[in-house]
Design a protein around this ligand. Structure first.
Ligand code: FAD
Length: 300
């Protein structure tokens, strides 16, 4: 099924993101993660693809297939384009089809650290929009895309970024998933801008529960997300206490999610970091809210 259809069936879609095991770890280790996530009844699970600009072949298709065909949970396979040739992309699309996977998150991808990396490259798609257009030539697939409530780190301005986003949606992107953020007001102001420009596909909000200090460093260097004062206080206070930081991070993410759901967002995409325990706690914290909302007949 197409994930996009879930947004008209449910008031709030709840989904998870996982990543393939590291190269030196057996793919079997992913079963433990999915075994723990499956009973939480996510609407779908997404699987990252070579995140961080890695060009190595990876097991995204295989894991998406496990989710879809062994666990009967809808799968969203991430696919990046700048580091793969158009020919490689076609091979992956064929593999996705053979595995009955109809939903793809079409991404440009991060720049590889390889100093010989050539961009743009005529053998590769340049932007996510080019990949969306290519995938959408085949109506077997439904396509999701990303968006950045604080602006993409390379964008000259928020205005430019939203204009490109509108083009990406007009090219056939069926729904969007946001980059993580820690201040919901940034999302509400972004949503006003996307409404004004006429972006009318569902926008699912990506939420990252921060549970350790490594994540904070990575977030700051990769996407430059603004860390609000309220969150800085938590980090300062509990940075040296693993358990306290974990509990505080889960509580912060829960509060963020309840506010977003109450404000009528289309869905919540939890970046699980392959840590089912954290996803479990958050889903438990919000379960009655999501159930009440999805069972009610009232307006959004
Ligand atoms: P695009 O939508 O192509 O945008 C990238 C930049 O180009 C933006 O600044 C945009 O304003 C600009 N732009 C867009 N179109 C044009 C145009 N036509 N002309 C000029 N400029 C343009 N990375 C991975 O490697 N693997 C993953 O699995 C992965 N999953 C992700 C999941 C989510 C939900 C998010 C938010 C990010 C993910 N990323 C992943 C990171 C992503 O690859 C990077 O953020 C990357 O830098 C941009 O990819 P994009 O698809 O958003 O790019």
């Amino acid at each position: 099924m197409f994930i996009k259809d879930l947004f008209s069936q449910k008031k709030t879609v709840i989904s998870f993101e996982i990543f393939p095991p590291k190269k030196d770890t057996s793919i079997d280790s992913i079963y433990k993660t999915i075994d723990a996530l499956a009973p939480l009844n996510p609407d779908y699970i997404s699987v990252t693809y070579g995140a961080g600009g890695s060009t190595s072949k990876n097991s995204t298709v295989e894991i998406a297939s496990i989710i879809k065909n062994k666990y009967n949970i809808e799968a969203l396979a991430h696919l990046t384009c700048i580091a793969s040739t158009k020919e490689d992309i076609n091979i992956i699309l064929q593999q996705l089809k053979e595995n009955n996977i109809q939903n793809i998150l079409a991404l440009r991808g991060d720049f590889p650290q390889d100093p010989d990396f050539k961009f743009p490259n005529p053998l590769h798609f340049t932007h996510a929009i080019d990949l969306v257009q290519h995938i959408k030539k085949d109506n077997y697939f439904s396509v999701a895309g990303t968006c950045y409530p604080e602006g993409h780190i390379e964008a000259k301005s928020m205005k430019d970024d939203i204009v490109y986003l509108k083009r990406k949606v007009d090219a056939g992107t069926d729904f969007l998933i946001t980059q993580l953020f820690f201040d919901n007001n940034l999302f509400y102001s972004f949503k006003e801008k996307t409404d004004i420009i006429g972006i009318d596909v569902p926008i699912e909000v990506g939420v990252m529960p921060v549970i350790n200090s490594n994540q904070i460093r990575r977030i700051a260097s990769l996407c430059g997300a603004h860390i609000p004062e309220k969150f800085v206080k938590i980090l300062d206070r509990y940075i040296d206490n693993k358990e306290a930081l974990k509990d505080a991070g889960i509580a912060y993410a829960t509060e963020q999610i309840i506010d977003l759901i109450s404000s009528g967002v289309s869905g919540i995409h939890i970046y699980t970091m392959n840590n089912p325990e954290v996803a479990e706690k958050i889903v438990h914290n919000i379960s009655s809210i999501v159930t009440a909302l999805n069972n009610s007949n009232g307006e959004k």
